[in-house]
Design a protein around this ligand. Structure first.
Ligand code: ADP
Ligand code: MG
Length: 312
């Protein structure tokens, strides 16, 4: 099967040392799938990484005016390179260990967004570190950041999250896949760009990696979109007494659950929405949401939440 795998924050961690260690584990799970004969295309998030890069430059430029403030799209590009390097290194090592001859590359990916996307009027995407309420209020006052409470884990800065329209580097990505190479693309949801006349211009926003992965799955004509995250399955009444973990749902059920508000915006909601879009767009396509270390079991139908067309 041709599978687009979207890696979540737990596959990467928060610091370079942590990430370097975690990606080794991530690589084992991914190469397991390759060894089973699947063709993978890898996408990943970059929330903590892009936040760290952005904040480091911002703080340093306040102390030393020879250090420029690095705009958000450039931070996104840096994070793609930094994460891509670690993934390439770890995947390369794991492939070498198993004597699988496949080269790994990262495509610095620009993703086209619509400049009239309503998301630009209401920032919603959490980025960077978690803060206490007190610190959040201070950042809002001092730096003008918009801050929100993120799924019970603390406060984070928010930026606009427009929808992906197209992947600028789609041809090269498709060519590499056809050449049986392992491609890492759309890191952090891609670098958001808008069309200005004939040219493209980066914008300060974050495309949700779940939506960008869906677009990637569509464009590369994947059979399956696998979203790997911190939970084995998707739940309804999540965290409540009557919490119920879902094994298999069709798109009608998924849409009903979305409407009923079972999925937290910015965490599980974009995953379920991305799964629904992919299955809607590709007739035989399916989407699986599970955890990184259950990827293989999920593909074997033993765990995870599978979203398919079902009977319409
Ligand atoms: P990632 O970095 O993989 O995108 P997120 O933290 O954004 O991870 O989203 C995954 C998290 O969503 C889970 O760890 C869980 O805490 C949360 N979540 C919110 N609603 C649900 C739900 N209905 N079912 C399962 N998990 C949920
Ligand atoms: Mg997320």
């Amino acid at each position: 099967m041709k599978i687009v795998v979207a890696l979540g924050g737990n596959a990467l961690g928060n610091t370079p040392e942590e990430q370097k260690k975690l990606v080794k584990e991530t690589a084992v799970h991914l190469v397991d799938l390759i060894e089973k004969g699947h063709q993978l295309v890898i996408a990943h998030g970059n929330g903590p990484q892009v936040g760290m890069i952005n904040l480091a430059f911002q703080n340093q430029s306040l102390l030393d005016n020879s250090i420029p403030i690095i705009p958000f799209p450039e931070c996104g590009a840096m994070s793609q390179g930094y994460i891509g390097y670690h993934l390439q290194n770890a995947l390369g090592a794991e492939l070498e260990k198993r004597k699988i001859n496949k080269s790994v590359s990262t495509i610095i990916t620009q993703v086209l967004v619509d400049k009239d996307d309503p998301a630009f009027d209401s920032p919603s995407k959490p980025v960077g570190s978690f803060y206490s309420q007190e610190k959040a209020v201070k950042l809002k006052e001092e730096k003008g950041y918009q801050m929100i409470e993120d799924a019970g884990r603390g406060y984070r800065r928010v930026v606009p999250s427009p929808q992906p329209v197209d992947i600028v580097e789609k041809e090269i990505i498709t060519n590499l896949i056809e050449d049986q190479q392992l491609v890492i693309a759309c890191g952090g949801g891609g670098i958001p760009v808008i069309k200005e006349g004939r040219f493209l211009e980066g914008v300060s926003a974050v495309i949700d990696k779940d939506f960008a992965s869906e677009k990637l799955a569509e464009i590369v004509d994947a059979d399956l979109l696998v979203i790997l995250t911190a939970v084995d399955k998707v739940a309804i009444n999540f965290g409540e007494e009557d919490e119920k973990w879902l094994d298999q749902i069709n798109i009608q059920q998924a849409k009903k659950y979305i409407e009923e508000g079972h999925f937290a915006p910015g965490s599980m909601l974009p995953k379920v929405k991305a799964a629904v879009s992919f299955v809607e767009k590709k007739k035989s396509g399916k989407a699986l949401i599970t955890s990184l270390n259950k990827a293989q079991a999920g593909l074997e139908g033993k765990t995870g939440t599978l979203i398919s067309r079902g009977d319409e």
